[in-house]
Write a protein that binds this ligand. Sequence first.
Ligand code: MG
Length: 383
Amino acid sequence: MEVAGLIVAAGRGRRLGDDLPKQYQSLGSGTVLGQAIRAMLAHPGVTRLLVVIHPGDRTLYKRTVADIADPRLTPPVTGAGTRSGSVLRGLEALAADPPAQVLIHDAARPFLAPAVIDAVLAALAQADGAVPALPVVDALWRGEDGRAIAPVPRAGLWRAQTPQGFRFEAILAAHRAHGADAAADDAEVACAAGLDVNLVPGDESGFKITDAADLARARKREQAMDVRTGQGFDVHAFGPGDAVTLCGVQVPHDRGLAGHSDADVAMHAITDAIFGALAEGDIGTWFPPSDPAWKGAASEIFLRKAVERAGARGFRITHIDCTLICERPKIGPHAEAMRAAIARITGIAMERVSVKATTSERLGFTGREEGIAALATATLVQA
Ligand code: MG
């Protein structure tokens, strides 16, 4: 079944105190509209997506979708002076290759619960249209000049959200009949045309951004969700020497570790875990092994760079867990010193740094004592 998404982003809403329309305000690593587009494309039932934009916003739109490579997102069309006029233009554009159903969504609602789309699409099996809605739970009052005049019964009242779903031909005909006159939403246009529209359960996450407080709420929500985990893995072979450096701590041993830098296999794994969480490559990306500058270098330099990159990207490192795999030397007696060293270099509390070790039961290269392997994970949260 062809289901088109149609996002209406042609409004000029500028109640947020600067010149930027609200759908282009920053949110997470993109914009409010970008988030809405991603949320719609995240639903596998949506087979194509069209956005209606203001003719003056082409550059803003281009920037917003620059990192969205999904082929289901088709080139935008420009809207009209009213919301219903803009929806009509979008529907007319889709009509060239009509889908069976259409989900019409407000650009200012960046969060979209997949279950809401499921409910809307399921309802279209029985009805021409479906509107996600939440019951009104607060008492309603009619007021005048700041005075309470009379309560309004709230029984049977619902707060409508989007996306509102419709059988395509039915809503196209309804909007053509309605024209560009103002309407609160598409359900109003549909009901005016005599279509049957069902109410399905909405979700509080589908709130609309209308003022600065809403935008702050959206940003907080987005931030709370940007928690990243990166992994790192490294191996160094034993070579001649009388000590190995692990997590910045010199541990006496009858051999050393071979490598271009100080061969601190554990610190390399931790560094790569942080670069992994940032999706910024690995140690080799930042410190090419071909560069003689890093010969014999203390691996602290690499870890400090990863920490610096995390900070520059607005991330806080909240946890590091490192596992060393070797038969010898024994790690246990040095684990606390290693935790302290990593905590010092990364600038985080020692209780957020874990260093532990295991043997590989004499199996494999670590079991044969040919080298040491290290695994690490790092958790980063947008600060
Ligand atoms: Mg290494």
